[in-house]
Design a protein around this ligand. Structure first.
Ligand SMILES: [Zn+2]
Length: 372
């Protein structure tokens, strides 16, 4: 999906600063909000650590080491990630993980577990066997004579096993580095956290996020603008939304609102039948879009039109729609949408949720009409 080895996305400024300093810490932990490219930055950092031709602390992107790091096959970079089961090492699934990350470096744990396990909802962990493998690998002599790097994606899933790594993190072998990519530092062992230099990454600016999406995906600038506004810096979300287009979501939304307004049961059931077969990620993208649209409807009377994060066609519809519902009803709707999002995450029946939402919406329309 990503066209070229994501080289056109620049490394986070804070990491760049660390890289160009005299002393690079041996244990670095990258943290920050969801979907901002923590793993992607870890990959770039590891590439800089093995690059044979550093320029101002940054990888040259051209030497043989950089090329191997780009393909996630550099022999001195070891990748650890959660797996399912108590004895599974990351190496067993490295091919699958590599292909997922090369395709989309913003992939989440959920994406990964789904790839490993289908829809069975098993938990992932980093077991003892993998810790032993990390220790073994970092103690080997570097194949290419330079640095060795161990990237640990989601170290919070080490649980108590993380204690096995403490000594190594404290006194790492020469020229070796640990990069922890942590989604939730509250769940990480305090003993690991305290031994790392923590770099809290910032999310991409809207302009940067737009550039990443237009450069790496076949998407129009117009569509990308809306998606970036809706996803609020979460690139994983944004990429998901790109896969089911804004136009499609807008089309479904107008149909849903019109059917709910008319309140004709047959039409509502038919439409919900149709939407009910969308995949979980498509329906989440639809609800995301729905929520964004509603929030913008609330703002439409108060701020200049050019600040509304909707396209012209959507604004015209939003203005009409906002006249049919009072702000309280719109807030209620916004709450319902986030509740539904939560239920769908937990595999609730999509069709049933949409029918309920539609009926509730119809009541609000009627109440509003009665007042007016
Ligand atoms: Zn290089």
């Amino acid at each position: 999906m990503i066209n070229n080895s994501f080289n056109n996305i620049s490394i986070d400024n804070k990491i760049q600063k660390v890289l160009s300093s005299d002393r690079i810490p041996h244990a670095i932990l990258l943290s920050g909000a969801k979907g901002i490219g923590k793993l992607l930055n870890a990959l770039k950092l590891s590439k800089a650590l093995v690059c044979k031709n550093l320029k101002n602390g940054l990888a040259c992107n051209a030497c043989s080491s950089c090329q191997k790091a780009d393909k996630l096959i550099h022999p001195d970079i070891h990748y650890t990630f959660p797996t399912i089961g108590s004895k599974v090492m990351s190496d067993t699934f490295i091919k699958e993980w590599r292909s997922m990350i090369l395709e989309n470096p913003f992939s989440t744990l959920k994406d990964w577990l789904q790839k490993l396990d289908g829809e069975k909802n098993k938990q992932g962990n980093i077991p003892k066997a993998e810790c032993i493998n990390i220790i073994k690998k970092i103690n080997l002599r570097a194949f290419e004579g330079g640095n060795k790097v161990s990237i640990i994606w989601l170290p919070e899933l080490l649980g108590g096993e993380g204690n096995r790594l403490l000594k190594l993190i404290e006194e790492p072998p020469e020229n070796s580095y640990f990069i922890f990519v942590c989604s939730d530092t509250d769940k990480l062992l305090g003993t690991i956290l305290s031994r790392c230099q923590i770099i809290n990454l910032t999310k991409f600016s809207d302009e940067k996020a737009e550039a990443i999406l237009t450069e790496n995906f076949k998407a129009s600038a117009k569509e990308v603008k809306t998606i970036v506004a809706v996803s609020d810096g979460n690139m994983h979300h944004a990429i998901n939304m790109l896969q089911s287009s804004v136009d499609e979501n807008f089309n479904n939304l107008t149909r849903f609102l019109r059917a709910s307004y008319a309140g004709k049961q047959f039409d509502i059931f038919e439409l919900c039948d149709e939407l009910g077969v969308l995949s979980k990620s498509e329906i989440k993208s639809f609800l995301d879009y729905f929520g964004h649209f509603i929030r913008e409807c609330l703002r439409i009377d108060y701020i200049p039109e050019e600040m509304i994060k909707l396209q012209a066609q959507e604004i015209a519809f939003a203005k009409k729609f906002a006249t049919f519902l009072d702000p309280d009803a719109i807030s209620m709707l916004s709450e319902r949408i986030s509740e539904n999002f939560y239920y769908i995450e937990r595999n609730a029946n999509i069709k049933l949720l949409l029918i309920t939402l539609s009926i509730e919406l119809n009541r609000s329309f009627k109440k509003n009409m009665a007042v007016a």
